[in-house]
Design a protein around this ligand. Structure first.
Ligand code: ATP
Ligand code: MG
Length: 418
């Protein structure tokens, strides 16, 4: 490190709501992504990589102007060409845009998964950031309830394979267009009668999208939510049959679920199935996450493609916050190396590098210790806790290799290095 740093130059701070993830937390983050990738392949979802920014209208039109995301959380800016662009606040809208602009209809039903950073201008707090990360899965061009079942079975398996316990799938249906409209009218009447007691936000929602009052985190609204009209009274026969097929499919797949009649998703584009995985009340998971309790959410968005100018295309998807999943995974230690190579003498560094190369080529993780006093190097290697220590020294003008390890490792390393 240089010592000539000018004291008058201040180090810039990180942007509020961003994170520098390191150590055990970074390992937990990686574990979430690796588990997602493994399970994604089991379910035969194809990988996609999406742009981090899109034209603002991609999000404004598909997510809905009255949502929290579009009305107050987007990072939008004009680029040098004067075009309004937005850092993606979610994956679905961009994937839908890509489906239309690339003609991915030919692959329908298309099962895709991705992960990466998202940006929302929210008040930073525990489990809530301005740059956060999600894993995301979508099935586009599938109208059947089996698609919902498959998508939820994958979510459930990922959470189980992460070792996360006491998290339950909360499931609701928002019905088809007709059911939703009738329910909406009933909600306007119900909440309209107590309008003055609602939060300012919900008074506004009453006109534009009363469903969203059910989603409110404000106590003044929550008081009235429990007794609000339920969707079941307004479901068409078709919508009922669809929901029955989803729930019996989940039962067959062994996915536990719980009906949540007030569950709506914040976004405009949802129809039929809506769901969230939420830690059980009083569980360690709930304690760890505090009020930011939803770890995975999604649903069916049959109306989205039309809002982007595409043909009606049924689809269903979910997203889960990697940070929140990682918090529940707990600290993941960094795994010790398979082998630590110690060179007793600096003249052996080249030999050490050669050994490292061979070990790594055989799929063994390895590091070399080649600094500090020769006597202390071996102690350092012991401390590092690798499964094997490979000591290189010079004896009678020749390189001597000593291996200290469990038996099976000794034989394996000998075979690699010879
Ligand atoms: P919330 O109700 O917590 O605001 P949301 O409905 O806005 O969540 P979605 O848009 O459905 O969340 O995103 C899915 C998941 O992404 C959430 O369940 C959560 O795990 C994660 N998530 C959303 N916003 C943030 C954020 N600002 N910081 C960290 N994780 C987030
Ligand atoms: Mg939110």
């Amino acid at each position: 490190m240089s010592k000539s740093k000018t004291p008058s130059v201040k180090t810039p701070q990180a942007i509020r709501g961003t994170q520098d993830i390191f150590g055990p937390e970074a390992e937990a983050f990686a574990f979430v992504v690796e588990t997602f990738e493994r399970v994604r392949k089991l379910y035969r979802f194809r990988r996609v990589e999406m742009p981090v920014f899109e034209k603002t209208e991609v999000f404004a039109r598909s997510i809905g102007e009255t949502t929290d995301i579009v009305s107050k959380e987007m990072y939008s800016f004009e680029d040098r060409g004067g075009e309004s662009l937005t850092l993606r606040p979610e994956f679905t809208a961009g994937i839908a845009r890509a489906f239309l602009t690339n003609g991915w209809q030919q692959h329908a039903p298309l099962k895709v998964g991705t992960h990466g950073p998202l940006f929302r201008y929210e008040r930073p707090q525990k489990g809530r950031y301005r740059q956060f990360h999600q894993i995301d899965a979508e099935i586009i061009g599938a109208a059947e309830p089996q698609a919902d079942v498959e998508l939820l079975a994958m979510a459930d398996q990922i959470i189980r394979e992460l070792g996360i316990e006491d998290v339950t799938l909360h499931l609701n249906t928002l019905g088809d267009g007709d059911s939703r409209d009738a329910w909406r009218a009933a909600l306007i009447e119900y909440f309209g009668a107590v309008k003055d007691e609602l939060s300012e936000d919900s008074q506004e929602r009453l006109e534009k999208n009363p469903l969203r009052i059910l989603d409110s985190k404000d106590r003044r609204d929550q008081k009235f939510v429990a007794d609000a009209p339920k969707i079941d009274a307004y479901l068409s026969d078709e919508a009922t049959a669809f929901f029955d097929a989803v729930t019996s499919g989940l039962d067959a797949a062994g996915v536990k679920w719980k009906r949540a009649e007030s569950l709506v998703r914040g976004l405009d584009y949802y129809r039929h199935t809506a769901f969230e995985f939420i830690p059980d009340e009083g569980s360690a998971a709930a304690d760890a996450l505090g009020s930011q309790s939803t770890i995975l959410g999604g649903g069916r968005y049959d109306g989205l493609m039309e809002s982007l100018g595409g043909a009606p295309t049924p689809a269903v998807g979910w997203a889960a916050g990697i940070e929140r999943l990682a918090m529940l995974v707990g600290e993941k230690g960094e795994a010790p190396a398979d082998a630590t190579v110690v060179v007793e003498d600096d003249s052996l560094i080249t030999e050490g590098v050669r050994s490292l190369g061979r070990l790594r080529a055989e799929g063994l993780s390895a590091e070399m210790i080649a600094s500090g006093s020769p006597r202390k190097r071996f102690d350092k290697a012991v401390k590092a806790g690798a499964r094997a220590i490979v000591g290189l020294s010079v004896q009678d003008g020749e390189t001597n290799v000593r291996i200290k390890a469990e038996d099976d490792m000794t034989a394996r390393i000998k075979a690699v290095l010879n």
